[in-house]
Design a protein around this ligand. Structure first.
Ligand code: J2J
Length: 537
């Protein structure tokens, strides 16, 4: 296995192979099989682009040849920073075939996150669009390159300036050695952990199983049309079952670049979309828009909602407004995915976040000292299974904290398990604010804010928000004159942090409440600011 990764112990590898979860397959090889089986069917619709499976397969081979000619080799890491465009799919599959690993950055990430990812992974290449939402990604690439010397190539989808145009990375397909199915295929970003993004190694065979099983749970088939409304680089729209699961079932993927009703509804109507996945705030916006929109959404069969807790009232209203079924999905890039099932009673779908995808996912709910709790009691969720990582990439310190001695992953989520095995998410233990599905690691934000000259000390906490579930509040002890919220946001923007991490609110304090052992009490601070305040802005 790739250096810096932790493999499953032999006993578990045997078990997962014997049970048929893990197969001798690679992600690049899967596309070959899909192209053989569904060659003429439409795999991908993205803007004016409409490719069949055979076309996607052919393009992946040509790009793989071009990458090899550039010097990209098996085991290399490549930071892929592309929005929902056709190139996203071709780049990923070309890399899978080379045996190089895409590191999937989110479109919202900026200098701070990208430089961190490039350095952490020693990326040899960085793939960007020319521009997106008014941001020049070539300028971003120039800055990142100056901080991450390992990046030898910047590949640009579109106008490349001094860099390499992605369209010219092309060659006659060459025979490449097939990577081992046990090898790491890609590195996903962790959303749920403290501090800067961590990298999650996913192997060909564990990801292959995950997307196939997700597609089965969701009843996908060749008639399924999946709308990728959320960024495809995120684990939920990528493979739960998302883009890859839809292809494993022979269906069609439609890429949206704008997930709002204005962007998505016309695509649903035009392409007869049958399934999509959303975060809760977006689902609420869609439900509201469906009341006045005259777009024909009647093809929609299943709406998956996940990434953050969906309030039960929304869970009842959303499917009715959109005229489809709801499925709650509680997943994590670390591998566990829970789904409510298509035959679960409506009440279970409305009030739980589903049960684990795999029959051999081992789930336990524990108290503060890791002692197992009975069903119905709330505690931390710990999991082990065929798709669940055994260690973050190159992070022994985080690994010592995040895994138990017997290999269970400490999710940091506080849940309650029902006798049926369904889980109800009650909160989080780790310091991440879940801002409507976008995960804000508060320590990372605090670290940046502490560099502001007017900030003596700062704690960022989550406060309840009707729309997002939670939003961030920066509690600042100033040096002299207090900074304004706008100043802090501009400061973080200048430091190249993704905009969703900017604080939504500012509270200026003289001191922080402390716990009995003298640590700042985040809980007491958050409780203090659960009501809106006039002091923002
Ligand atoms: C409450 N909290 C949830 C839910 C995720 C499928 C779906 C989502 C993700 C994802 C994913 C939640 N209710 N329904 O990777 O494959 C919070 C939990 C979790 C963290 C993981 C997938 N669904 N969460 O959101 O890695 O706190 O993955 O630990 O981004 O999101 O975040 P992330």
């Amino acid at each position: 296995m790739l250096e810096g990764c932790v493999d499953w112990p032999e006993e578990f590898r045997e078990r997962y192979r014997a049970a048929g979860y893990w197969r001798d397959e690679t992600l690049g090889g899967l596309l070959r099989g899909w192209a053989r089986r569904h060659g003429g069917r439409t795999a991908l619709v993205a803007g004016a682009t409409r490719w069949g499976y055979a076309e996607l397969d052919r393009r992946a081979d040509r790009l793989a040849a071009g990458l090899v000619a550039l010097g990209v080799a098996a085991g290399d890491r490549v930071v892929v920073h592309l929005p929902n465009r056709a190139e996203f799919a071709v780049v990923c599959f070309a890399l899978f075939r080379v045996g190089a690993l895409p590191v999937l950055a989110l479109p919202a990430h900026r200098d701070a996150e990208i430089a961190h990812l490039c350095r952490l992974s020693d990326a040899v290449a960085y793939v960007v669009p020319d521009e997106l939402d008014g941001v020049d990604f070539r300028a971003l690439a120039r800055r990142v390159r100056s901080e991450a010397p390992s990046v030898r190539h910047v590949l640009v989808a579109g106008e490349a300036a001094e860099f390499v145009p992605l369209a010219e990375v092309d060659g006659e397909p060459v025979a490449l050695p097939e990577p081992s199915p046990a090898e790491v295929a890609l590195l996903l970003l962790s959303g749920g952990t403290t501090g800067a993004p961590k990298l999650i190694p996913r192997t060909h065979r564990d990801y292959g199983y995950s997307l196939r099983a997700s597609a089965e749970v969701c009843g996908l088939g060749p008639g399924s049309v999946y709308l990728a409304a959320l960024p495809a680089a995120h684990a939920f729209p990528l493979a739960a079952p998302g883009v890859l699961g839809t292809w494993s079932a022979g269906g069609t993927v439609v890429f949206a670049t704008d997930p709002s009703p204005d962007g998505a509804f016309p695509l649903i109507e035009a392409e007869r979309v049958t399934i999509t996945s959303l975060v809760p705030p977006l689902a609420a916006v869609w439900a509201e828009a469906a009341e006045w929109s005259d777009a024909d959404l009647s093809s929609l069969r299943l709406l998956q909602v996940g990434g953050a807790r969906l309030p039960a009232a929304s869970a009842r209203r959303v499917p009715e407004a959109l005229g489809c079924r709801l499925q709650q999905v509680f997943g994590m890039a670390e591998g566990l995915v829970n789904f409510t099932r298509l035959d679960d009673p409506p009440d279970v779908v409305a009030t739980t976040q589903g049960r684990p995808m795999c029959p051999d996912d081992e789930v336990r709910v524990v108290d503060e000292s890791d002692a197992p709790l009975p069903d119905g009691a709330t505690g931390e969720l710990q999991v082990r299974g065929p798709c669940i990582l055994r260690g973050y990439y190159r992070d022994p310190v985080a690994n010592a904290r995040s895994f138990t001695a017997d290999g269970f992953f400490r999710t940091g989520d506080l849940v309650r398990r029902l006798p049926s095995g369904h889980l109800v998410v009650e909160g989080r233990r780790t310091d991440v604010v879940n801002r409507g599905g976008e995960k804000v690691p508060v320590e990372e934000v605090e670290h940046h804010l502490l560099a502001h000259p007017a900030v003596r000390d700062v704690v960022v906490v989550g406060v309840p928000d009707a729309g997002l579930g939670e939003r961030t509040c920066a509690c600042v002890i100033p040096r002299a004159a207090a900074p304004t919220l706008a100043e802090l946001r501009t400061f973080l923007q200048d430091r190249g942090l993704a905009a969703f991490k900017f604080p939504d609110r500012l509270e200026v304090l003289d001191s922080f409440p402390r716990t009995g052992v003298g640590k700042v009490s985040r809980r007491a601070l958050a409780a203090r600011f659960t009501e809106p305040s006039a002091a923002t802005g």
